[in-house]
Design a protein around this ligand. Structure first.
Ligand SMILES: Nc1ncnc2c1ncn2[C@@H]1O[C@H](COP(=O)(O)OP(=O)(O)OP(=O)(O)O)[C@@H](O)[C@H]1O
Length: 735
């Protein structure tokens, strides 16, 4: 519809922000070609971008969401060039996506989100990058045709995260800005007076040959220098305190935001990504405190010293202003290039963090599999990449700074020559020349600081973009309901026609049209082969994920109407990968509980059969455990997690292989103890052991995401169906 707006060279182009963004960026270009501009972040979400980027299926699913009819085809180049409607998305070098928007007799025009708007390839070059099979000369292409739904869809706006978002943090500390302003004022006055005294030394002191006057002026200069120094020192101290306070508040808000995001957000990101974003927050804080204050100071200095220079000679002032302006403009012109490098640097550093985290947390596995060298090699490869990015950044910075320095020096030399000429001509006194040279020397620092400020501003902009990715993620619960009072929820859990897939609609169904009721106050056991979807079902019941299709309810409440936070307050769970925090045993058992009752805690540990062990620890329940503390065996860890659950005393209990590491005697004791505790509670247990499931009020047998059988142990054994076979082959009959 709007194609006429674009000439051949003006195909709408967007550059990918991130190495994994090529797919969504191609979709962004195609949507823009048809007249609609979508924010990249929105398209990334629609594509459900993961750590590995996106697939054709992800782009198709997102395209259909936007209102495109999509057709993905493997076709020969001749068909692509002569018959296919362009633009289309091509799979490139088997690892990248590009948009092909024009083919002539011997050239193909590609908008490559990594390289640029109009990258021209010869046909053999295109074939080399595109075709799947060298002999066939064919490759994969995705065509997107807009439907009326595309044009009717409302505009999508993603609010930008700007510095303004963070100003409230600074405003809270505005009183501290007063002493900062005072120190800036003192420094400015000192800078203003110093050249005047210099001029006085030369013109008045030397010519009058009055030693006391010279001494007095010298003393004045020393006082001004000391005043400026003290003001600078004080300011640095105040800013450090201010920066630390603002940083803590910003990071606290960032962590709180992260905690409120849904599980899917963490599925798609590496830990290193979020850790790097903490650095981004610190960069913003540094900008708001140090860089912004330095900027204000530089501007004041420029005004004060520039005004003094203007007072001496306006020609020299103009010359200086032109030179300084040129240097600053030069530095500012490299924003986009520096942005791309910064994004590369972010990726490499995040990957570096992840590799190190993996090496340290999987140390045992690394050693057992003899993978030490492999892991070190992976790390060194990342170091090489990091070095390459650093070198590239250094080269660019040196180029920018080198030219800026050259401009500055040229300006200084020209000004020195000009002042000398003016002195020779008698239009300036020697004292004025010395004062002007002094002012120009003094001005160099604020001019350089302005250039630094521009660089800091660009860096902060890149950091803000990355922080925005977290800030604009939809939280699990609506913000207004997050702190609402949470009355108890009761009733059966019901699933009606529930299906679920982790990715988009083209990824396999992990849960397949489930209809089931989990009766309140009863115990339901779920059994099935590995990978049949048991844990996923628990995760849906815990509201970690919402169903892709169908409906879940508890009592009279639809799951959609209760917040995840509210629901999880009613629940307790021991998951397969339950975690022991780096803390005391007591704090590990209390968890997030507000009431910390030691007697109840000990009773919980007795029920979980672990009291004797904890009581015998060096500091009893105050012994540190977790990563840096006293090691626990798998079985002890599971008993601690069960004690945590008992202390929490929830109405709905979910156990995923919670006792599989226990020995038979421990398990029997715990199951006996839990029998009373479970009374009246709704319990869902995923287990492989017959001893755990046989007394359940209801047993559900899962296979390939579906419930294939349901009943009690006796009825299912009599039926001799899936449960019977599973027991024979899988469940440990002996226990
Ligand atoms: N985060 C995820 N992203 C994509 N697929 C996933 C994810 N988690 C699980 N799956 C897939 O979902 C399917 C069901 O996994 P699930 O963990 O629910 O099975 P399970 O029955 O609990 O298996 P097990 O008895 O081995 O614990 C598996 O094929 C698995 O690969």
């Amino acid at each position: 519809m709007f194609q006429f707006l674009y000439t051949r060279n003006a195909f709408p182009f967007f550059r990918q922000a991130d190495a994994m963004d090529c797919g969504p960026t191609c979709l962004q270009m195609i949507a823009a070609w048809h007249g609609k501009t979508y924010p990249l972040q929105y398209l990334r979400n629609q594509c459900k971008i993961s750590r590995q980027g996106v697939t054709f299926a992800d782009i198709i699913a997102a395209g259909e969401q936007l209102g495109f009819n999509t057709l993905s085809a493997e076709l020969p180049f001749t068909v692509l060039a002569e018959k296919a409607p362009l633009p289309c998305i091509l799979h490139w070098d088997r690892q990248h996506f590009v948009v092909l928007y024009k083919v002539t007799r011997d050239k193909a025009y590609i908008a490559d989100p990594a390289l640029g708007r109009s990258v021209r390839y010869s046909i053999p070059e295109l074939l080399q990058a595109w075709q799947l099979d060298e002999k066939q000369g064919s490759g994969r292409a995705l065509f997107l045709e807009p439907t009326p739904q595309f044009f009717e869809a409302p505009e999508v706006e993603m609010p930008a995260t700007t510095l303004r978002t963070f100003l409230p943090y600074v405003r809270q500390h505005r009183r501290k800005l007063i002493p900062v302003a005072v120190t800036v004022f003192i420094a400015a006055v000192c800078s203003f007076l110093t050249p005047l005294l210099t001029e006085a030394i030369v013109d008045k002191g030397i010519s009058s040959k009055q030693m006391p006057l010279l001494l007095l002026i010298g003393l004045g200069q020393l006082t001004l220098f000391s005043g400026k120094l003290i003001a600078d020192f004080l300011r640095a101290r105040i800013l450090l305190t201010l920066g630390a306070q603002i940083s803590i508040m910003m990071l606290e808000a960032f962590l709180l935001k992260l905690m409120r995001l849904p599980f899917a957000f963490f599925d798609n990101r590496q830990a290193g990504d979020n850790m790097q974003r903490v650095t981004d927050n610190q960069r913003v804080e540094d900008f708001l405190t140090t860089s912004a204050v330095t900027f204000v100071m530089s501007v004041i200095m420029l005004l004060v010293l520039g005004g003094t220079l203007l007072y001496y000679n306006w020609w020299i002032f103009l010359l200086f202003a032109a030179g300084a302006g040129a240097g600053i403009a030069w530095t500012g012109a490299f924003g986009e290039k520096r942005g791309r490098l910064d994004q590369k640097r972010f990726r490499v550093l995040a990957a570096n963090q992840d590799t190190l985290l993996e090496i340290f947390s999987a140390f045992q596995e690394v050693k057992l599999t003899g993978g030490e060298q492999l892991k070190i090699n992976q790390w060194t490869t990342l170091q090489q990449q990091s070095f390459a990015v650093k070198l590239e950044s250094l080269k660019l910075d040196q180029f920018i700074q080198g030219v800026a320095l050259f401009i500055n020096e040229t300006r200084n030399v020209v000004i020195t020559c000009l002042t000398a000429i003016l002195v020779v001509k008698g239009q300036l006194t020697l004292g004025e020349m010395v004062a002007i040279t002094f002012i120009c020397g003094q001005l160099n620092a604020p001019v350089a600081q302005l250039a630094d400020f521009i660089r800091a501003l660009q860096n902060t902009k890149f950091s803000l973009q990355r922080i925005a990715e977290v800030h604009h993620e939809k939280e699990e619960d609506p913000v207004t309901e997050q702190d609402a009072p949470a009355p108890a929820i009761t009733g059966d859990l019901r699933l009606s026609d529930v299906s679920f897939q982790y990715g988009n609609k083209y990824t396999p169904l992990v849960l397949n049209h489930l209809h089931l009721t989990i009766p309140a106050g009863k115990m339901t056991a779920i059994v099935g082969l590995s990978g049949s979807g048991k844990t996923t079902l628990l995760k849906l019941l815990l509201k970690f994920y919402g169903p892709s299709q169908g409906h879940i309810s508890v009592g009279n409440h639809s799951f959609q109407d209760i917040t995840a936070h509210h629901w999880r307050q009613q629940c307790g769970a021991v998951m397969q990968d339950g975690y022991v925090f780096r803390d005391t045993i007591a704090n590990n058992i209390f968890g997030g509980a507000t009431v910390r009752d030691r007697e109840r805690m000990i009773a919980a540990c007795q029920m979980a059969n672990i009291h004797g062990f904890f009581a015998a620890m060096p500091f009893g329940y105050d012994t540190m455990i977790g990563k840096d503390g006293y090691g626990l065996s798998e079985g002890q860890t599971q008993r601690l997690l069960i004690a945590r659950l008992i202390y929490r005393n929830p109405a709905y209990i979910f156990l995923d292989e919670a006792t599989n590491s226990l020995d038979a005697s421990n398990e029997r004791d715990i199951i006996n103890n839990l029998h009373d505790f479970f009374t009246g509670k709704t319990v869902v247990v995923v287990a492989h052991r017959l001893s755990t499931v046989r007394h359940a009020d209801q047993i559900l047998v899962m296979d390939k995401g579906a419930i294939v059988e349901a009943g009690t142990h006796e009825t299912l054994i009599t039926a001799e169906g899936a449960y019977y076979r599973l027991i024979k082959n899988q469940l440990e009959l002996g226990r």
